[in-house]
Design a protein around this ligand. Structure first.
Ligand SMILES: Cc1cc2nc3c(=O)[nH]c(=O)nc-3n(C[C@H](O)[C@H](O)[C@H](O)COP(=O)(O)O)c2cc1C
Length: 186
C-alpha cells in the first residue's frame, strides 16, 4: 500500500486520547441491593485475566465494591441506551438502578450481573489504588458469560453485540461499532 507523504499538522490536545472505549456498566451489591454505574475509563490487562477501571470515591457503587471485594462488568447493547444514560447520571443513593434490569449471579454470588447485557464478567478485587479523588480498581476475572445469540460458529461475534462506543479527548459522544474490515470472513 502506498503511504501518503503529505505531512499533517499536529496540534497539542489535553485529555484522554486512548479512545474510543466501550461503555461499561459496572455492577456491585450495595447493602444487599444491586447497583450499576457507567464506567468509561476501563481496560483489560494481563491479556484479559484482569480488568482495571477508574472509580470516583464519591460513587455509591464504591461502597459495595469495598464491602464485598467483588464487581461485575456488563456490556450494554445499543437498545439499552436509555437505561445506560440513567446509570451514568443518577446515583443509587436516591434511585433504584437495580430495578432497571433483571439481575443474575454467577460463581461469586455478590457480583450482580445484567441479564439484558449480552456480555457479563464477574471479578474479584485484587487491589485498590488510591488516586484521590479516584481509585483504581483492579479485579481478577473469575468467569465471563455471553448470550448464545452473539455467537457465530461457537465464537463471539462482536457484530451481534452492538456495543455502545464512547469517544473521549473532547469528543464525548456515543457511537456504534462499524463494519469488520479485516479480510477473514469466517
Ligand atoms: C460516559 C460516562 C462515563 C463515565 N465514566 C466514569 C468513570 O470512569 N468513573 C466514575 O467514577 N464515574 C464515571 N461516570 C459517572 C457515573 O457513571 C455516574 O456518576 C453514576 O451516576 C454514579 O452512580 P452511583 O453513585 O450509583 O455509583 C461516567 C458517566 C458517563 C455518562
Amino acid at each position: 500500500m502506498q503511504m501518503s507523504k503529505v505531512k499533517s499538522i499536529k496540534k497539542e490536545l489535553e485529555g484522554n486520547l486512548l479512545s474510543p472505549l466501550p461503555i461499561i456498566l459496572v455492577g456491585a451489591l450495595v447493602n444487599g441491593h444491586p447497583n450499576y454505574l457507567v464506567i468509561g475509563y476501563i481496560s483489560p490487562f494481563d491479556f484479559g485475566r484482569y480488568i482495571f477501571f477508574s472509580l470516583y470515591k464519591k460513587r455509591h457503587t464504591r461502597t459495595g465494591i469495598h464491602e464485598n471485594k467483588t464487581f461485575s462488568v456488563n456490556i450494554p447493547s445499543e437498545n439499552l441506551l436509555a437505561e445506560t444514560n440513567i446509570c451514568g447520571s443518577k446515583s443509587g443513593r436516591n434511585f433504584d438502578k437495580g430495578a432497571l434490569f433483571d439481575t443474575f449471579y454467577g460463581k461469586l454470588e455478590t457480583a450482580p450481573m445484567i441479564r439484558q447485557c449480552p456480555i457479563n464478567v464477574e471479578c474479584e478485587v485484587t487491589e485498590i489504588l488510591d488516586y484521590d479523588p479516584n481509585e483504581g480498581i483492579i479485579g481478577r476475572v473469575v468467569q465471563s458469560y455471553v448470550d448464545s445469540k452473539c455467537l457465530t460458529n461457537g465464537k463471539l461475534d462482536m457484530r451481534k453485540v452492538h456495543p455502545i462506543i464512547w469517544a473521549t479527548g473532547g469528543d464525548f459522544n456515543f457511537y456504534k461499532l462499524g463494519d469488520r474490515i479485516n479480510s477473514d470472513e469466517s
